[in-house]
Write a protein that binds this ligand. Structure first.
Ligand code: NAD
Length: 426
């Protein structure tokens, strides 16, 4: 008996993340006088592929899964963006994430447009063989529109270097030769870049340091809370701790662990890999994710999923700096509240751009078959992130707006300039 996992899912208007991104684009385009044709093009995604595809499960049944690959805008270069495996992911989530990728690549000034892919599935409930079959079939389905010159996927929530390896292999088998540049975030032995795994957390750490410098808060001794303990959250916690910060709390989907005297991040990681969660860590107190967001601290790094800081809990946030490791962790209403509280927010399209920057380095290395040392990667990442932070900060001072608005202004102006110069074909 065949089973349909999910058909195309969309979101209600009030929780629709793509509508939120469109509203932000509208507001900025009006504020900085972006030409009408660029504005209306930026409001929409250029190309949207929805696929419903079969996967043979281990029990012999066939399930139908729904997947997406969305290209928001490729004016500045090939579209770039991760692939998410999550049971609740919708078409509108994927559109919003694709648009954020266009803006992110423009903020850090790398020659990419934005894309995102997703499959509505729970990877934790799939065996390794099922995950491989699902990935290879999804890769075949989207190979119509991906490729090293067109659209280059990477890992996101629920996917990892192994998934990228299967996509690279599937695409290469169909081409008849190995194509390193088709995905980034690959394992090192398959043309991955040194420093890629840690890049997003490293970028967050660089942003935290620069924000702290601006506010006169030294990282040495600063109290930090991190929501989410995956690629971004764990790495950010580890690297920021190595700069002298005290990590007072971390969390995952099951809850958080809190110790005002500081947690040993590596020991928490080991505890999570043994037990499946950071909760019940010895010598610390269990807290909820909501309690973590409201802790007395200098720096808060939301690095889990979207909309974690919302109208209902924004007022409880006490951090002086928020570094948005996750994509869209703060709703529009929450952002207003945080602004009133004069909390300095490093917005997602800047704070978590380290991943796409090193993905860009990986793509360049793959195309040239010439690989860099880890120091070279980290030094170049630092240069790009510092430039981007300083440019956004400069716009925020000049235009008297917060960092989030400044980042959107910088990005949209860059993309619109390119679109105007290229013109419209035919
Ligand atoms: P991941 O799957 O490795 O980790 C996600 C973490 O969040 C896990 O620890 C999970 O348990 C936790 N989590 C899930 N739901 C939660 C909830 N409701 N409350 C608290 N914790 C919860 O994913 P990741 O790659 O670290 O990505 C995290 C965020 O960063 C996402 O928004 C992603 O889009 C964004 N991001 C990731 C990268 C990257 O390079 N991995 C780059 C840019 C942005």
């Amino acid at each position: 008996m065949a089973k349909t996992q999910q058909t195309v899912a969309t979101r209600r208007e009030e929780t629709n993340p793509f509508l939120m991104v469109q509203q932000q684009i509208d507001a900025i385009c009006q504020k900085i006088n972006i030409c009408e044709s660029c504005h209306i093009r930026l409001r929409e995604c250029e190309r949207e592929l929805v696929v419903h595809f079969p996967v043979k499960m281990d029990n012999g049944h066939v399930n139908i899964f729904t997947g997406y690959r969305i290209q928001h805008n490729d004016s500045r270069g090939p579209a770039k963006g991760g692939i998410r495996y999550h049971p609740d992911v919708t078409l509108d989530d994927t559109r919003a994430l694709a648009a954020l990728m266009t803006l992110k690549a423009a903020v850090v000034n790398i020659p990419y447009g934005g894309a995102k892919g997703a499959v509505a599935c729970d990877p934790k409930k799939l065996s390794r063989n099922e995950l491989e079959r699902l990935t290879r079939r999804y890769a075949s389905e989207i190979s119509l529109i991906i490729g090293p010159e067109k659209d280059i996927p990477a890992p996101d929530v629920g996917t990892n270097p192994q998934v990228m390896a299967w996509i690279m292999d599937t695409y290469s088998m169909n081409k008849g030769y190995s194509v390193l540049g088709v995905v980034t975030g690959k394992p090192l032995e398959l043309g991955g870049s040194k420093g890629r795994f840690e890049a997003t957390g490293r970028g967050c750490t660089i942003c935290a340091r620069l924000a702290g410098k601006h506010l006169g808060i030294s990282l040495n001794g600063a109290k930090v809370a991190v929501q989410g303990f995956g690629n971004v959250g764990f790495t950010a916690a580890k690297l920021i701790a190595s700069e002298g910060c005290r990590i007072i709390a971390v969390s995952d989907s099951r809850g958080g662990t809190y110790n005002p005297h500081g947690l040993n991040v590596e020991k928490v990681r080991r505890h999570k890999s043994e037990t499946g969660s950071v909760i019940d860590f010895k010598g610390a107190e269990n807290i909820t994710n909501n309690e973590l967001l409201g802790l007395e601290c200098d720096i808060l790094i939301p690095a889990a999923l979207e909309h974690q800081i919302h109208e209902g809990n924004a007022d409880s946030v006490k951090a002086k700096i928020i570094v948005e490791g996750a994509n869209g962790p703060t709703t529009t209403e929450a952002a207003h509240i945080l602004r009133e509280k004069r909390i300095f927010i490093v917005p997602d399209i800047l704070a978590n751009a380290g991943g796409v920057v090193v993905s860009y380095f990986e793509w360049v290395q793959g195309l040239q078959s010439f690989f860099w040392s880890e120091d070279e990667v980290n030094n170049q990442l630092q240069r790009v992130m510092e430039n981007a932070f300083n440019e956004v900060f400069e716009v925020s001072q000049r235009e008297k707006v917060d960092m989030s608005e400044a980042a959107y202004m910088l990005a949209i102006k860059r993309i619109a300039d390119t679109m105007e110069t290229r013109g419209i074909w035919p």
